[in-house]
Design a protein around this ligand. Structure first.
Ligand code: HEM
Length: 410
């Protein structure tokens, strides 16, 4: 679709954080123009206040490689455009900390994401996925988000925490409220958000104390409860650690699973290609995560005056790293809007970030998506979009509230 380029004046005040751009999926040409004309762009006014946008691949890598200048710390406002330091939930999580505290906490939970731990989840994951796909109606319209994406990712997270199975449906509710950054400064919605977060913290705290009193085992709560670094966190750090592991693993993987359906519908030739050549499945999973970019941005705060791409950034400035844009940077990914299941450099995508904060759950996310693709192919299932998708109106979580689909065999 040809879209009119913005004038210089409109570009100068462009605000790519507006939720409607993501609700109606109209953000692509705006970022393409920014990459071409003002790759480091200053937005003077938004619901989140003024902020810089970094839109090219190499510039994002440069920022993430320099955490001394570009801080992630919650004390400066954290990792999303919305400043949380002035609210009752600061989300003091290690993704929103600088070293050394970040490194110490990351090291504590990292063993839960090691290769043998991930491999240990594979059999049960495949069984759950197979059972779920076998239970889906063929030829009837249903919501893929509710029935598949949420169900599978919630089950995985419940397993990681060894969370009471029958109570697992509370997890995505808390996760969704925690990730709602676009409510910005709205006091009523923020109060509601805080109510959910404190309820989540209380429920997890009870389980955490129980695990502490039990001999150590491999789940995330037990690992934290028996560690030197995370056993006695203050309230904000406890909430932060839980929120990170819950949101980190939930909304992101969920929206990749929904993104997979969108891609197979937009690019049926690539789905046929996968059917004919199963050796492409791993690349297809990676390519889905590149194209979906479930986290649109991470934010950093400048802590010492610096220069980036010829622009002068001052201490205190907010910087949004737009992964959705970098993943389509023409210099790295030719025809970046295409789902190319044989793309040779798909793995270079920035959906998992880069540097010291690169996603700890990346391998687990890829595995979940790979297994889903494998099991769909094994059943010769094609998932057809059967109605208008409802997209999340957010510049942070990129994905779907609802995605009506119909399954066809063959
Ligand atoms: C497709 C799925 C996923 C995407 C797109 C994703 C994306 C991200 C991004 C963008 C970051 C920040 C990177 C940076 O600042 O450079 C991150 C960090 C993180 N992710 Fe993921 N993630 C996914 C799945 C998961 C899963 C399944 C888990 C585990 C339950 C997880 C846990 C984490 C943790 C703990 C961090 C913090 C790492 C640190 O600060 O050192 N993520 N993820």
């Amino acid at each position: 679709m040809a879209t009119q380029a913005l004038t210089k004046g409109d570009l100068a005040t462009l605000d790519v954080s507006r939720g409607e751009l993501y609700a109606d999926d109209s953000w692509r040409p705006l970022f393409a123009q920014l990459r071409a004309e003002i790759p480091i762009h200053y937005c003077p006014d938004s619901v989140f206040g003024p902020y810089w946008s970094v839109t090219r691949y190499d510039d994002i890598v440069a920022v993430e490689a320099d955490p001394q200048t570009f801080s992630s710390s919650f004390e400066h406002g954290g990792i999303v455009l919305f400043d949380m330091q002035d609210t009752n939930v600061k989300l003091a999580m290690f993704i929103a900390m600088d070293d050394p505290e970040h490194g110490a906490q990351r090291k504590t939970v990292a063993p839960a994401f090691g290769p043998s731990e991930i491999a240990g989840h594979a059999v049960a994951l495949r069984e759950r996925t197979a059972r779920l796909l076998d239970s889906l109606p063929v030829g009837e319209t249903f919501d893929w988000v509710e029935r598949v994406s949420i169900e599978l990712t919630t089950s995985m997270i419940a397993t990681l925490f060894d969370w009471p199975w029958d109570d697992r449906h509370r997890l995505p509710v808390w996760s969704d409220w925690t990730a709602k950054i676009d409510i910005g400064p709205d006091p009523v919605l923020n109060a509601e958000r805080e109510t959910h977060i404190f309820e989540m913290a209380a429920a997890f705290k009870q389980l955490f104390e129980e695990r502490k009193a039990m001999p150590p085992k491999g789940d995330l709560l037990s690992i934290m409860a028996h560690s030197e670094v995370m056993a006695d966190m203050d309230e904000q750090r406890f909430i932060g650690a839980i929120a990170l592991l819950l949101v980190g693993g939930n909304d992101t993987t969920r929206n990749s699973m929904s993104g997979l359906v969108e891609q197979m519908n937009k690019f049926p030739d690539q789905w046929e290609r996968l059917k004919a050549d199963r050796s492409l499945i791993s690349t297809a999973a990676t390519e889905t995560i590149r194209l979906q970019t479930p986290i649109c941005h991470m934010r950093r705060t400048v802590v010492q005056d610096t220069e980036l791409g010829g622009q002068k950034l001052k201490a205190g400035d907010k910087v949004a790293l737009w992964y959705n844009s970098a993943n389509r940077d023409e210099a790295v990914f030719p025809d970046g809007d295409l789902w190319d299941v044989g793309r040779s450099n798909s793995r270079r995508h920035l959906s998992f970030g880069y540097g010291i904060h690169r996603c700890l759950g990346a391998r687990l996310a890829e595995l979940q998506l790979q297994v889903l693709i494998e099991e769909l192919l094994a059943r010769d299932m094609t998932v057809e979009i059967a109605g208008e998708p409802e997209r999340i109106p957010s510049c942070f979580t990129r994905g779907f509230h609802h995605l009506p689909v119909r399954i066809r065999k063959g």
